[in-house]
Each structure stands twice: as C-alpha cells, then as structure tokens.
Design a protein around this ligand. Structure first.
Ligand SMILES: Nc1nc2c(ncn2[C@@H]2O[C@H](COP(=O)(O)OP(=O)(O)O)[C@@H](O)[C@H]2O)c(=O)[nH]1
Ligand SMILES: [Mg+2]
Length: 453
C-alpha cells in the first residue's frame, strides 16, 4: 500500500456547476479534517455539507459536499475523499493549492488513481484499460464495449483460461513428481482434451476480424478515385460542413483530409484523398502517393467514380475494388441514370449510384455504409467480447503458440517441457490481466493432488 496521498481535479477543467476533487491515500481523512476544522468526521459514503477552509489562512474556500470512502472498499482500495465543489476556476485552484500545502499530499500523476486501484487488486488490467476507454468513448457502441470490459467481461475470459492452464500444469507436474506411481491414462487424456478445447477457444477469440480494436480506435474509410469524381463533395456531405475544398479544377485536393463521424454508434474516420492520376506536379504526386498508402490500410475503400466514366472503369481503380474491402459509388447520377442498379458489382464490390450534389441516393448509401461499418466493428448480438487492444492480441498469440507446442509434444517431449510450454501460455495470458502469480500454481497443485498424503 502506498504511503503518499494523492489529489487531483477529477472532473473536466472547464467552468461548470460542480467540480470534483478526489484524494486517495492514508492522509485523505486527515486532509479533510484539516479543511473542516471543528467539524465531525462525515459518515462513510454519505454526502455531507461542509465549509472548506484554507488550513494556512483559515479563509473560507467554498461550501462543498464531501464524501468519504474508507479503504479497502473504495475505488482505489485506499481511503478516498471526494470534494464536490462549485465548479469555478478560483474555487478549484484555491482548494488544490490548499491541499498542496498539507504535508504528505501531492498532486496525482496521470492515471494514478486507477493504477493504485490495480495495485491494490480492485481491478485487473483490462478493467483499468476499460476505464480509460470509457472516459475516451465518443460513441454509444464504444461506451458499451468499455462498460462491458470495465465490468470484467474480458478479464473473466482470460482469468478463466489461465486457471484452466494452471489446472493442466498441475496434472503434468503431478506426472513429473510421481513418475513411479503412474497417473491413470484417462486423466492424462482428459487433461490433453481439455487443452485442445481451450486452444480452439483462443483461436476463435483471436479470429474476430479485429472488431474490438476497430471499435476502440475507429473504422478508417478512404475516399478514392480520379480527380473531379466528387470525393471532396461527398466528404463535406458526410461531415455536414465544408471540410474540404470542392472545385472543378482537377487536382485541388492534395493532402489527406480527415473527418470524424459517428455512424450507427461506431466511430468512423473518413479520409478524403488526392485524385489518383499521373501528374507532373511534385506536390500532387506526393498527394497521390499518400492516397495510395491510405488505400492500402483503410478498413473500407469508397471508390468514387464519375457517372460519365461508368461502366468503363480504369484498371487501377478496378484493382482497388477487387479485394473485398471496397464499396463503389457512381457519383453525379444526376447527369444520367445508371442502368441495372441493385445487382451491379465491380469485381465483387457492391456498386451504388448517387449524386453528392442533389442528394439523390445518399440515404441509401449512408444506410449501406452504416451497415458495413457496424459489420467491421461489432460482433453479433450476444457474442463474447473480443480483444480490444493489440496488447491483448500479442499476448494471446504468444499463448496460442506455446499451447500448440505443448499439445504437439504432449507424448513425445516429456512432461518437463510440456509443463514449461503451458507455463509460458499461462504467463502470457496472465500478463493481459496483470495477475501473473506463481502462488496460485502452488495452490492448485496442493489442492488437487493432496501431496502431503
Ligand atoms: N453534377 C454533379 N456534379 C458534382 C457532383 N459531385 C461533385 N460535383 C462537381 O464535380 C466537381 C469536382 O468535385 P470535387 O468534390 O472537388 O471532386 P474531387 O476532385 O473528387 O474531390 C465540382 O465542380 C463539384 O461541384 C454530383 O453529384 N453531380
Ligand atoms: Mg477533392
């Protein structure tokens, strides 16, 4: 347990009705007493009205609601005090300055309250990450994912897998310790079968199309096409404002322009790019290079064609459409109708017609786009949560490799090496939740096999 007491403004910095200052650590209660001389200690977890005084000058700083959360049943596991102040800058600064003058107190570092909560076992690492995600969440689906993870949905999966690995290690280690007594063969087979099931679960969890990570970070769309196809007009329409310059001068857009949208609760980052063409202008060529790079890593490519170029699509644009990550938009459909709509495709990419100028077809496009984006970022209803960070994915891949090695060498490599592989797998998963601990391995061995007998 930490012996310093930290404090910080826990609410936003702007002028507001209420500002919350949070304190955590062994000195939190004394600090509250110093601010409220002569008053009794407020009952735990009950809001109490108190005048706050500067301990140095006795000056009244604010009339506040104060709440005490005694450890270990608090957010951080330490003694916590919350001061609900009037949210003006002078009030907040006065209280923070007064706290800073109390011996044993110091301003908190970024994330330090949650870090203490983790160190005191109040949260696992996935839950701590979820709190950061919840604070950063900008769309409803991001909020939902972060809330599930904060409640332990992801951590419980990983902890469950880790304890199954630990149980398997216990079986294998028992084989090592009691080689002369020979474990019954069916126990050995059951342990191996259980691990094969676990390997399947980990593989299925990893095979989620990176949906959880996309929902956290945003789905990346790229508007691509020839100059003057109407990409910038479409971007402005999506953004609801003039984010990019629209001009009949071909080659106007040279840099990548990004706009953030919320489509069906999923955060989306749309990039407008320079029109793809050969150019002698060095700046435009760099723009085209950047557009091509975007095309490479975008989650979904929106290939914008001019109605007058349809259906003779140039090969380079056709190639962009062919990898299953593209939606083709025949723009300027106000100029002439597009035949055969509804079941058109370009090398497998769906084709929609619209007019970014008149708005015809835009609703249908938005509905289609929203569906595609939700498909990229959300698992089906009732599906188990997937990894939400590359950190989870890397650790899980490490666990999967070690587990596969244990299963492959089960009857050939000898129990010592198999146990070592399983330990690697368990440790990799334990790193995700931050609960790597050899103590529980010992616990399982003793509980399962009555070694003292
Ligand atoms: N008729 C018609 N003109 C359009 C449409 N969308 C864009 N334009 C025009 O096409 C020109 C090029 O548009 P812009 O968005 O700058 O194209 P970009 O080079 O692909 O970004 C501009 O003069 C636009 O006003 C449309 O749906 N119909
Ligand atoms: Mg443009």
């Amino acid at each position: 347990m930490n012996d310093t007491t930290i404090f910080a403004l826990a609410s936003g910095g702007a002028r507001a009705g209420v500002a919350v200052v949070r304190l955590s650590g062994p000195g939190a209660g004394d600090a509250l007493a110093a601010l409220t001389p002569g008053r009794n200690v407020p009952a735990p977890r009950k809001a109490s009205l108190r005048d706050l005084h500067d301990p140095a000058s006795s000056e009244t700083l604010d009339q506040a609601l104060v709440v005490r959360f005694p450890g270990p049943g608090s957010f951080t596991g330490e003694d916590v005090v919350e001061l609900h102040l009037h949210g003006g800058p002078a009030v907040v600064e006065g209280v923070l300055a007064a706290l800073g003058r109390i011996p044993g107190l110091r301003p908190a570092e970024a994330g330090e309250f949650t870090r203490r909560a983790f160190l005191n076992g109040r949260l696992d690492l996935t839950q701590a990450e979820a709190i950061a995600d919840l604070v950063a969440a900008e769309t409803s689906e991001q909020r939902r994912q972060a809330l599930d993870q904060a409640a332990g949905a992801l951590g419980q999966i990983y902890e469950g897998w880790r304890s199954r690995l630990i149980a398997a290690i216990a079986h294998v280690e028992a084989g090592i310790d009691f080689a002369d007594e020979d474990l019954p063969e069916d126990i050995d087979r059951a342990a191996r079968d259980a691990l094969a099931v676990l390997a399947g679960e980990i593989a299925a969890h990893l095979d989620d199309g990176r949906r959880g990570e996309r929902l956290r970070a945003g789905v990346h769309l790229a508007l691509l096409g020839r100059p003057n196809a109407g990409k910038s007009t479409l971007l402005n329409l999506l953004a609801g404002r003039d984010a990019a310059i629209v001009s009949e001068t071909a080659g106007t857009t040279r840099d990548v322009i990004e706009v953030h949208l919320d489509l069906g609760g999923v955060p989306v980052i749309v990039a407008d790019t320079a029109g793809l063409r050969d150019s002698t202008d060095a700046v435009e060529r760099e723009g085209v290079r950047r557009a091509a790079a975007r095309a490479d890593w975008a989650d979904l490519k929106l290939i914008v064609l001019d109605r007058t170029d349809w259906p003779d699509v140039p090969d380079d644009l056709r190639a962009l459409a062919a990898d299953g990550r593209a939606l083709v938009l025949v723009n300027k459909a106000d100029l002439a109708p597009v035949d055969g709509l509804g079941n058109l495709d370009l090398d497998g990419a769906p084709v929609l017609a619209l007019s970014a100028r008149t708005g015809t077809g835009v609703d249908g496009f938005l509905a289609r786009l929203t569906e595609a984006v939700r498909g990229l970022a959300l698992a089906g209803a009732g599906a188990a949560p997937g990894p939400t960070r590359a950190r989870h994915r890397h650790a899980l891949e490490e666990a999967r490799t070690a587990l596969a090695q244990a299963l492959d060498g089960w009857s050939t490599r000898g129990p010592e090496l198999v146990a070592e592989d399983l330990r690697l797998a368990a440790r990799a998963i334990g790193r995700i939740t931050g609960r790597v601990d050899v103590e529980d391995l010992l616990d399982v061995i003793f509980a399962d096999f009555c070694i003292g007998k």
